[in-house]
Design a protein around this ligand. Structure first.
Ligand SMILES: Nc1ncnc2c1ncn2[C@@H]1O[C@H](COP(=O)(O)OP(=O)(O)OP(=O)(O)O)[C@@H](O)[C@H]1O
Length: 570
C-alpha cells in the first residue's frame, strides 16, 4: 500500500488548483455533516424540551443550508478528484505504451499480446478507480469521521470512550479480509489476461480455426478460462461483502452500549440532557456510513495495489538493447566478426563471419531453424551478439544510435502489417505520404497497374490486415513500403514467396536495378529467388557451412546440393 501511494501521490503535485477545490469541498461536506448531527441537540433541547417556537423556524433553515453545503462540498471534491484520477491514468496509459514500444523484441516474445493489452487496459482501469475515487473516499471519509468524532467527544467524552473502545475490534477482520482480497485480485488479473490472450489468438487465427472446424476446441479452452475467472471474481465479491456486515455488527454493539450507558446517564444520573444524548447517538450513527465506505474503499485499494504491481513489473522492465550515440546517415558496409547469438539457452548462431558492402545481394538459404532470421535480428539490432561484434561502416553497431540505424534499413517479411488506412499512408507508413514517391514505389513493386485501376487510386482505403487484397498484392504493398523508405540495407525474408513466378521475377529485376545503392539480404526457399545473388550463405544449425555464388555452391557445397536436389555431378 505504501508503495502504491508513493507511486501515485507525486502525480498529484501537478494539480494544485484541483486539489485546493477538493480540499475546500471535503471540509465543506464534512463540516456540513457534523453540523447536521450537532443540530439534533438544539432540535431536541430548545424545541421539544424548552418549547422555543422561534427555533422551530430557524433550525430548518440551517438544516437546509447544511445539506446545500454538504451537496456542494461533495460535488466539488468528487469532480476535482475524478479529474485528477482520470488525467493521471491518461498519462500512465501513454507512459506504459511508450515504455512497451521501446522494450526489446525479447520482451515481446515473452509476453502475449493479450497479456500486455490486459495490463494496459484492465489493470490501469483498476488503478484508475482507486486513484479517482477510492483515495478520495478515504480522505473525505476520514475528515468526516474526525468531524463526527469531535461532535461525539464534545457531547460526552465518557460515552465516546465506551463506544469507541469497540473500534479496534473491527480492525483485525478488515486486515485479514484485505489481505485475502489482494491475493484474489492478483489471481483474477492473471486470469483476465489469459482470457484476453485467448481472444486475441482466436481473432488473429480465425481463418485457421474455421478451416479446421476447431471452434468447439477453442471455445472449450475459452469457457474453461472464463469459468475460472468467474469463480475467482465471485470469491472476491464474497470476501468483499463480508466486510460490511462485520463492521455493522461492531457498530451495533457500540450503539447498544451507548443506549444502555447513555440512557442511564440521562434517566438516572442526569449528567446528560436528552438533546446531548440524541446528538451523540446521531453522530455515532452517522459514523457508520463513512466507516463502511472507508473499509470498502480500502478493500478496492487492495485490488488496485495488486494491479499496480503488475503495471510496475512492466514499467521496471529495462531494455537490454541500449542505443549508442553515433548517428548513421548512410551504410557502406556491414560486417559480422565471429558472432554468436543466443536466445536464453538456445544457440541460434555460432561464430558467424561475413563482410557485405554496398552493391551486393546476399542470399541466405538453409534448413528451417538454421539461423537465417536470427542474422536479420542482429542487423536490425533486435538482439545483440553474445560473442563477437556486428559492425556497420566499421563501427560497432552498439555504438550507433539505434533509431538512425533502423532508419537506414527496410525489411519485408511474410508477416505483413496493413492498417485500415489509404494505400498511400500504408506505403509511406509513419511519415506524411509524398504522392509522387508513393507512385514510384508502387511501380517498382509492380503494383501500380492494379492501384491505378482502382477508382480512388492511392487514396483507396485498405481494410485492417489487408483482407481486401490478395496475398501477392499484400506482399507487393510491403515491398513498395520498403522501397519508399529509400533504405541502404534491404532485407527480404521470404518476401516474394506469395508471388507467382512472373511477378517475382519482375520484382527481383527491380531490386537488381536498384542494387548499386543497396546491401540486400534475401532469405528464400526457392532457388530462383536467390540464384543471382553475389554471395549465397548456406546455414545449418546456426553455422554458415558454405558461401559463394550459385555456380560455386552447386559444385562444392553438399548441403546446398541437398537443399536444392542438385545432382552431385553438376
Ligand atoms: N525469439 C526466440 N527465442 C528463442 N529461440 C528462438 C527465437 N527465435 C528463433 N529461435 C530459435 O533459434 C534458432 C534459429 O531460428 P531462426 O528463426 O533464425 O531460423 P531460420 O533459419 O530463420 O528458420 P526458418 O527458415 O524456419 O524461418 C531456431 O532453433 C529457433 O527455434
Amino acid at each position: 500500500m505504501k508503495k502504491f501511494l508513493a507511486t501515485y501521490l507525486p502525480y498529484y503535485r501537478d494539480y494544485s488548483g484541483k486539489i485546493a477545490m477538493a480540499i475546500v469541498g471535503m471540509f465543506l461536506a464534512s463540516a456540513a455533516t457534523a453540523a447536521i448531527a450537532y443540530m439534533v441537540k438544539p432540535l431536541m433541547d430548545r424545541i421539544f424540551v424548552e418549547h422555543d417556537v422561534q427555533m422551530l423556524y430557524i433550525l430548518p433553515a440551517f438544516i437546509i443550508l447544511a445539506f446545500v453545503g454538504k451537496g456542494l462540498g461533495t460535488f466539488m471534491q468528487s469532480y476535482a478528484l475524478s479529474f485528477i484520477g482520470q488525467d493521471i491514468i491518461r498519462k500512465l496509459r501513454n507512459r506504459m505504451l511508450n515504455h512497451m514500444m521501446h522494450l526489446d523484441m525479447d520482451f515481446h516474445f515473452r509476453f502475449h499480446s493479450g497479456e500486455l493489452i490486459s495490463r494496459i487496459s484492465n489493470d490501469i482501469l483498476r488503478v484508475q478507480n482507486a486513484i479517482s475515487s477510492d483515495i478520495a473516499i478515504l480522505l473525505r471519509e476520514f475528515v468526516t469521521v474526525v468531524a463526527l468524532l469531535a461532535v461525539v467527544i464534545y457531547q460526552s467524552p465518557m460515552l465516546a470512550l465506551y463506544s469507541l473502545i469497540i473500534i479496534p475490534l473491527a480492525v483485525y477482520p478488515v486486515e485479514v479480509i484485505s489481505r485475502k482480497i489482494k491475493k484474489l485480485s492478483h489471481q483474477s488479473q492473471e486470469q483476465n489476461s489469459d482470457l484476453l490472450s485467448s481472444l486475441s489468438e482466436i481473432f488473429a487465427n480465425y481463418e485457421m480455426i474455421k478451416s479446421y472446424n476447431a471452434q468447439e476446441y477453442e471455445l472449450g479452452t475459452f469457457k474453461e478460462r472464463n469459468l475460472r475467472f468467474f469463480k475467482t471474481n465471485i470469491k472476491t465479491v464474497k470476501v468483499q461483502l463480508m466486510l460490511v456486515p462485520i463492521l455493522e455488527l461492531v457498530a451495533a454493539v457500540a450503539i447498544t452500549a451507548v443506549i444502555i450507558i447513555g440512557g442511564r446517564e440521562v434517566l438516572i444520573a442526569k449528567t446528560l440532557t436528552t438533546g446531548e444524548f440524541f446528538s451523540f447517538l446521531t453522530a455515532l450513527s452517522l459514523l457508520i456510513d463513512p466507516l463502511r465506505r472507508i473499509s470498502t474503499a480500502y478493500s478496492h485499494l487492495q485490488d488496485a495495489v495488486a494491479a499496480n504491481e503488475r503495471i510496475e513489473q512492466v514499467l521496471h522492465y529495462k531494455p537490454m538493447i541500449v542505443s549508442g550515440t553515433k548517428q548513421l546517415d548512410h551504410v557502406d558496409t556491414i560486417e559480422f566478426e565471429n558472432v554468436t547469438l543466443r536466445y536464453g539457452d538456445t544457440v541460434a548462431l555460432e561464430n558467424i563471419s561475413l563482410r557485405a558492402q554496398k552493391g551486393e545481394v546476399i542470399g541466405l538459404v538453409g534448413d528451417s531453424g538454421g539461423g537465417k532470421s536470427s542474422m536479420v535480428n542482429l542487423i536490425l539490432r533486435f538482439y545483440d551478439p553474445a560473442e563477437g561484434v556486428v559492425k556497420i561502416n566499421d563501427i560497432d553497431a552498439r555504438e550507433i544510435d539505434v533509431k538512425s540505424l533502423r532508419d537506414r534499413i527496410a525489411i519485408v517479411t511474410q508477416r505483413i502489417y496493413i492498417s485500415n488506412d489509404t494505400i498511400a499512408a500504408n506505403i509511406a507508413y509513419g511519415v506524411e505520404p509524398d504522392e509522387e514517391k508513393v507512385i514510384e514505389a508502387l511501380k517498382k513493386a509492380n503494383l501500380w497497374d492494379f492501384v491505378a485501376s482502382l477508382p480512388e487510386g492511392i487514396h483507396t482505403v485498405l481494410s485492417e490486415g489487408g483482407t481486401n487484397l490478395s496475398g501477392g498484392q499484400r506482399q507487393r504493398i510491403a515491398i513498395a513500403r520498403a522501397l519508399y523508405k529509400n533504405p541502404d540495407i534491404l532485407i527480404l525474408d521470404e518476401a516474394t514467396s506469395a508471388l507467382d513466378n512472373k511477378s517475382e521475377a519482375a520484382i527481383i529485376e527491380t531490386i537488381y536495378a536498384l542494387k548499386k545503392d543497396l546491401i540486400v539480404f534475401m532469405i528464400a526457399h526457392r532457388l530462383t529467388t536467390i540464384e543471382r545473388a553475389d554471395k549465397i550463405l548456406v546455414f545449418e544449425h546456426g553455422h554458415i557451412v558454405c558461401q559463394g555464388s550459385k555456380e560455386t555452391l552447386s559444385k562444392e557445397c553438399e548441403t546446398f546440393k541437398k537443399l536444392y536436389h542438385i545432382a552431385s555431378d553438376v
